[in-house]
Design a protein around this ligand. Structure first.
Ligand SMILES: [Zn+2]
Length: 70
């Protein structure tokens, strides 16, 4: 069961993910390996519009401490 709020969050997350993946694909062949890219934040705060500068290889590691595994 999902509430409308959760639904919206899922939609939001999908949008962010799609945007970020598209962004990464677009920049992957263009940027230098150590050049940072302004990805959209994917944390659970739905009002968060943060942008995180990341280099392509680290693009899954965003500001949210979702799975800080290593
Ligand atoms: Zn955030």
């Amino acid at each position: 069961m999902t509430t409308a709020r959760e639904d919206r969050f899922v939609e939001n997350e999908k949008l962010f993910r799609t945007a970020n993946e598209g962004l990464r694909e677009r920049v992957e062949g263009i940027v230098e390996p150590d050049q940072s890219i302004p990805f959209l934040c994917e944390c659970i705060d739905e009002t968060c519009i943060a942008r995180i500068d990341l280099t392509p290889p680290r693009s899954t590691e965003l500001c949210a401490p979702m799975t800080s595994g290593s």
